[in-house]
Design a protein around this ligand. Structure first.
Ligand code: PAF
Length: 280
């Protein structure tokens, strides 16, 4: 496994890789969710590149950039074990050189859901992912369905900017009790960790309700809120039933949609989602 840091090192190592190349962009502190993306990339490409970069521009000043968990040694051991060909850990200097002022922004998709609580977040994500695509020049790139809005935003951006990259969205990986894997789960204390699967219960309950014929979006909202309200540690930020493509909130009866939510456990913000009405 080749380790690179500077852009020149990356470009030189990249030129020696067999195509197609699959890229798995990460912020490190890897878990089984990331590893599932790597395995998916391994199965579909000649070479796999993983980037590890905690991107400062997708965190608001009030968010957890400084506290974001890091363990590069462990990450590298996991990636080596998976047979990854190349790891790129760029510096802030390379990603945001002095005088940096060029951003990638999406007009509408980023206004809803996560975007209404984290207004700068997707500008940071879209910009850094564009830079990763430009530098690594992968044929395919892999992201998790856990960050549903990010998946829609990156898919749109890739089409809009004509990146010759196939964006592949892989299923959410969950703990045995349903909690979606996330690096931020490490912030939860034992009591909060016991409460956290309530997101999964709320989503899967609403999905079951939808499948049994309750297709009114208001009723699905209520269903999710009622489950969340039973967990005293959970502070609901939003619950949503949205259009799968536009991410706009849906009214009345639906045939398909994205059920999603953000819930705080003290200072830890958890998000999760499920799609209804579409066969996977
Ligand atoms: O999903 C993430 O870990 C990040 O948002 C990403 C895509 C690596 C961009 O920093």
């Amino acid at each position: 496994m080749i380790l690179t840091s500077t852009l020149n090192e990356l470009r030189e190592a990249r030129s020696g890789l067999l195509n197609p190349v699959g890229l798995v962009p990460t912020m490190g502190f890897l878990h089984e969710g990331h590893i599932s993306l790597v395995r998916c990339a391994k199965g579909e490409n000649e070479s796999v590149v993983v980037s590890i970069y905690v991107n400062p521009t997708q965190f608001a000043p009030t968010e957890d950039l400084k506290a974001y968990p890091r363990n590069t040694e462990r990450d590298l051991a996991l990636l080596e074990n998976e047979g990854v060909d190349l790891v790129w850990s760029p510096s802030d200097q390379d990603m945001y050189p002095p005088g940096f002022q060029t951003w990638v922004e999406l007009e509408r998709l980023t206004k809803f859901l996560e975007g209404s609580y984290r207004p700068e977040h997707f500008r940071g994500v879209a910009t850094v992912v564009s830079k990763l695509f430009n530098a690594v020049q992968p044929q395919r790139a892999y992201f998790g369905q856990k960050d549903a809005q990010q998946a829609v935003v990156i898919t749109r951006m890739t089409q809009d900017l004509n990146f010759p990259v196939e964006v592949i969205i892989c299923p959410t990986i969950r703990e045995a009790d349903g909690l979606a894997l996330s690096s931020r789960n490490s912030y939860l204390n034992p009591e909060e960790r016991r409460g956290a699967p309530v997101l999964y219960r709320a989503l899967s309950g609403a999905k079951e309700a939808f499948e049994s014929g309750i297709i009114d979006s208001e009723e699905l909202h209520t269903h999710m809120l009622e489950v969340l309200e039973n967990e005293p540690l959970a502070e609901v930020e939003y619950v949503s039933v949205a259009d799968l493509e536009t991410l706009e909130e849906l009214d009345g009866p639906i045939t398909r949609g994205l059920l999603s939510m953000a819930v705080r456990f003290r200072t830890t913000r958890l998000i999760d989602n499920m799609i209804v009405g579409v066969d996977h």
